[in-house]
Design a protein around this ligand. Sequence first.
Ligand SMILES: N[C@@H](CCC(=O)N[C@@H](CSC=O)C(=O)NCC(=O)O)C(=O)O
Length: 280
Amino acid sequence: MMSTLELLEDHRLFGGWQQRYRHYSASLNCPMTFSIFLPEPRGAKPPPALYCLAGLTCTDENFSSKSGAQRVAQQLGILLVMPDTSPRGEGIVDDEGYDLGQGAGFYLNATQAPWNAHFRMYDYIQSELPQLIRDNFGVGERQAIMGHSMGGHGALMLALRNPGQFTSASAFAPIVNPCEVPWGQKAFRAYLGEDETQWYQYDSCNLLLRAEHQLPILIDQGDSDQFLADQLQPERLEAIASEKNFPLTLRVQPGYDHSYFFISSVVEDHLRFHAQYLFD
Ligand SMILES: N[C@@H](CCC(=O)N[C@@H](CSC=O)C(=O)NCC(=O)O)C(=O)O
């Protein structure tokens, strides 16, 4: 069934258009919102899409209002898709912690009650939303994915699990080994249950160990990030990549923390990185 889009906001921005839509999601079984940046058309070729996944406590509006990515997206001719981070609203189960429930979907398909009624962010980002974007916007075939923190986990995990779907992946301060850190363990136990073998399919370190298909990956990490030691540790993924000759670049940025001030400082590099693979 084709989902109807309700336009919520429409702004001119850097020569393109920043819009926000609501639609009914069959994967999540509830209404969802997403933001999208449409660059000004150039020539007959439609723009490629870059999916931007946000982190814990975020909606689609954190990336759209704080990253500053649209200026370079307009220059390069890249369409940005900024999804919400979970199902949300009345009637959707939640948790009192900021790191579980609404705002903390972890880009997976929950198998455990009560979460499994709505929390299917993996299916939403992997197939439902890209199809919706293709059906409703002029968009090219190529797509790439990036994300921050929990969204960095989502971007890397989705790219590693779906060979050929994304031309490149990048992340700002990602959770790379959720099976081994408190944020991931709490979420995976609640959403996927006690059987840890069910967790591995959503863990980028585990996926990279087994990956047979390569794609270019860029990771930026601030060394003053308050979550670096306990939750992130991107050097774990870098070590596996180096062992496998996988094209992953980890850049450690001195003095930067976990905030959108960090993201906005390096986001231009990420768009230019993806542009190398999104265009002929
Ligand atoms: N409230 C929490 C921290 C929440 C937080 O820092 N969220 C980050 C993403 S963290 C990993 O996914 C974020 O992007 N916040 C929104 C923003 O606009 O900065 C705490 O108190 O520790």
